[in-house]
Design a protein around this ligand. Structure first.
Ligand SMILES: Cc1cc2nc3c(=O)[nH]c(=O)nc-3n(C[C@H](O)[C@H](O)[C@H](O)COP(=O)(O)O)c2cc1C
Length: 202
């Protein structure tokens, strides 16, 4: 079992990446995965999509090829998506454009919205309403919103009952994610997926 964790922030030393690292640690502590792949978009230096990607440009093989292979080998994903101007950051939208019909297709994903304040729901809404058409990613019915992010997941012990509840919920969702990963692997292995005749969704 390999889970890919995508930190969607543009910022170095972001809360999203800190939370992504926390999630990676929990996956190990809960013995849910053998391997993980964490992609920090803030430091990955991935340019904006251009047509060279689809035309087999060597530049893109160097830039995207290694990430693409890592993602293809993942069974499921966690998207840690900070709220920027009531949206997901452009780097995350770009990420979805770069994905072909292989990396994310028919794999489950948990969305984790992040806000420094009391917001954080817009990234959930935006990801649930776009980006899945061609990538065929399958979001879990449940999602997390980490509010007051700078005060969360700092110490071994939660600071209050609200954080304790968020921690328990996150662990539970990660356990559920693993079961969806097992279930959806049978869909991918079924032979029914036909990307030749149906490369894009509607
Ligand atoms: C360009 C930009 C726009 C932001 N817009 C919002 C917003 O609309 N709502 C919100 O709750 N926080 C907003 N924030 C603050 C983030 O919630 C905060 O930076 C938080 O730590 C998550 O982002 P990070 O992962 O980049 O650290 C914004 C931050 C930036 C840098």
């Amino acid at each position: 079992m390999k889970i890919g964790i995508i930190s969607g922030s543009h910022r170095i030393n972001s809360q999203s990446m800190r939370i992504a690292c926390w999630i990676e640690k929990r996956l190990t502590a809960l013995a849910l995965t053998q391997r993980n792949y964490t992609l920090e978009l803030a430091t990955a230096n991935i340019p904006l999509w251009d047509e060279g990607l689809w035309n087999g440009d060597e530049k893109w093989k160097g830039i995207w090829g290694k990430h693409s292979q890592e993602l293809i080998s993942c069974d499921s994903f966690v998207f840690v998506a900070p709220e920027y101007g009531g949206m997901v950051p452009p780097a995350l939208k770009n990420f979805f454009l770069l994905c072909s019909n292989q990396e994310l297709a028919h794999k489950p994903a948990l969305i984790v919205g992040v806000s420094a304040g009391r917001s954080g729901s817009y990234p959930i809404v935006e990801l649930r309403s776009s980006g899945y058409k061609n990538t065929r990613i399958c979001y879990l019915p449940d999602h997390m919103i980490i509010r007051d992010a700078e005060k969360m997941f700092l110490n071994d012990e939660p600071r209050d009952n609200f954080e304790a509840s968020d921690r328990a919920r996150l662990d539970y969702f990660l356990r559920v994610l693993k079961e969806y990963a097992k279930a959806l692997s049978t869909v991918r292995a079924s032979g029914i997926i036909d990307v030749k005749n149906f490369p894009n969704g509607l």
